[in-house]
Each structure stands twice: as C-alpha cells, then as structure tokens.
Design a protein around this ligand. Sequence first.
Ligand SMILES: [Ca+2]
Length: 122
Amino acid sequence: MGSVCFSWDVCLFFVLINTCEVMGNVGLADADECSEGTDDCHIDALCQNTPKSFNCICKPGYKGDGKQCEDMDECENEYNGGCVHECINIPGNYRCTCYDGFMLAHDGHNCLGECAVLLTPF
Ligand SMILES: [Ca+2]
C-alpha cells in the first residue's frame, strides 16, 4: 500500500487545508463567556451568550450598560414610586409603606385606613 499523498506538494496542500479548517473551527467555535465566568458583566447584570460574544443586561430594577449597573431609585420620581404614603428604595426594587394606622393594600401601593377605629366615637 502506498501513501495517500502523490507528491509533497499535494500533501502540503492537504495539510494546509486541514490546518485552515481546524483554525477556522476554533475561530467559529463559540465560547460561552457567561458560563465560563470570563464575562465582565456587572454583578447586578444578566449575562447573555451570543455567537462569538456575549451581552450584559442590567437586571430589572437596575440601570446601566450591563458592565455597570446601579439600582434605580423608584421613589425619586414625582409619583413617589406610585406609593400613596411612603416609598422605600431597596436594591433592585422598592416598596411602599403606610403611616401608622394604615394597612398596605393588596396592590402594594395604596394604603387602607382602619375606618372602624377612625369612626369610633370617643
Ligand atoms: Ca430601587
């Protein structure tokens, strides 16, 4: 049985093709930076693997470009975060609280007065 190669030139040609294919595959192979932990997303960002790259997206409640994310202060706006009484900013979220004697409604924003107590004559 003779060699597969008929001449050195042909042999070299196939070696080059193979090398190119191997290198090409390495170049095209996608590394999942997110699962490898080589991404540089912020701790409060979500890493999203894409072909040849990855995206960093700030988690809900955070603002930024993904490399830098900071908590949004939902209470800072003119609507007081939509809270009827008090708004408390917390990392990645916010919550409403009510003055003494009031209960937070199921919608998490309104406050329900205790009518029974308020209407009781002295
Ligand atoms: Ca917040």
